[in-house]
Write a protein that binds this ligand. Structure first.
Ligand SMILES: NC(=O)c1ccc[n+]([C@@H]2O[C@H](COP(=O)([O-])OP(=O)(O)OC[C@H]3O[C@@H](n4cnc5c(N)ncnc54)[C@H](O)[C@@H]3O)[C@@H](O)[C@H]2O)c1
Length: 306
């Protein structure tokens, strides 16, 4: 048993004295008024105990695609902090190993799997070898610039293969594991799933498919206790955005970064952790009534840009 003492002053009471006794599983806070010598357990303290235990993923196993960078990395690190064992499926083994190293250094448990989500054989080989899966985060994705008449067939096929077929491949491979104990799937969609974005023909097409796939999967497995939701971020400051600016606006990166930031009414891009936090909520048991939904997280992009 640990013993923690907190002292704080009030203007009308000389000093309140709070003792927090932390047992293995229980927390008791005793309020001790030094003027009267009265001791009492404060009822709001039970509320604190409840909050501390919320959003935990202890004993959960999470498969996270694209966990070597950006949003997937933030989700991997946060979920590991919350007690989950992480399996990262990544094209870039080096980046996946870097995330694993960061999680391990913080005392978490994570494994890297070198795998292309667009290749069903590879995906099935990795996922079928796992002992169990409780959470699947379909996050790996690639971007492309162009309108319908300027998008090549090769680019169309590549984006659809990673963003759409890759998500299907991971769901296909994971359902047999998820149905054992129930579970959660999160698919990374985009504002492009919900509104028309200029010059993102195939990217938006792929993300629209993700939103529809989410509802289809949510419907088909609801009786097997598998929930499925999607997240639709606006611009998030990740290597995905930096790479996009470098490849398409060389020399004007700073100017374009500012322009993209201001396209969110809130005046900035999101940070990866902000997306990860929403993913954590949706994967936690606190979100047990939520399925078949898409969650915009966009600084007002979808509804306030008028
Ligand atoms: N960053 C944004 O502004 C933004 C906005 C909306 C939606 N999204 C979506 O969020 C997701 C993550 O974006 P990010 O910004 O973190 O990207 P990122 O480029 O920083 O990271 C994506 C990761 O996915 C991996 N990956 C790519 N193709 C793969 C494949 N075929 N197999 C396995 N791994 C693969 C990459 O190696 C990379 O590590 C994507 O689906 C993206 O479309 C991003």
């Amino acid at each position: 048993m640990y013993y923690l003492d907190i002292l704080f002053g009030h203007s009308n009471i000389q000093t309140d004295h709070l003792n927090i006794l932390l047992g293995d599983s229980d927390i008791h806070l005793v309020h001790f008024d030094i003027r009267t010598g009265r001791k009492e357990i404060q009822s709001y303290l039970l509320h604190i105990k409840f909050i501390i235990k919320m959003f935990r993923l202890d004993n959960k196993t999470a498969v996270i695609t694209g966990g070597g960078s950006g949003i997937g990395k933030a989700i991997s690190i946060l979920f590991a902090q919350q007690g989950a064992t992480i399996h990262i499926i990544e094209l870039s083994e080096e980046n996946a190993l870097q995330t694993v190293a960061e999680i391990s250094a913080a005392g978490g448990k994570a494994y890297a799997h070198s795998c292309n989500v667009a290749n069903q054989q590879q995906v099935v080989a990795v996922i079928s070898a796992l002992e169990k899966v409780d959470i699947l985060i379909n996050n790996a994705g690639i971007a492309n610039i162009g309108k319908a008449d300027t998008t090549s067939e090769a680019d169309f096929d590549k984006v659809m293969a990673v963003n759409v077929k890759g998500t299907y491949n991971c769901i296909f491979a994971t359902i047999p594991k998820l149905r054992e104990n129930g579970g959660v799937i999160i698919n990374m969609a985009s504002i492009g799933s919900n509104v028309g974005i200029a010059d993102r023909f195939v990217y938006s097409t792929s993300k629209g498919a993700i939103k529809a796939m989410t509802m289809s999967v949510a419907r088909d497995y609801i009786k097997e206790n598998i929930r499925c939701n999607s997240i639709s971020p606006a611009r998030v400051h990740t290597p995905f955005v930096d790479g996009f600016l470098k490849n398409n606006y060389e020399g004007k990166e700073a100017e374009m970064f500012e322009k993209l930031s201001q396209s969110q009414p809130i005046g900035r891009m999101a940070e990866p952790i902000e997306i990860a936090t929403l993913a954590l909520y949706l994967c936690s048991s606190e979100a047990s009534f939520i399925t078949g939904c898409d969650y915009p997280i966009d600084g007002g992009f979808t509804t306030l840009n008028n």
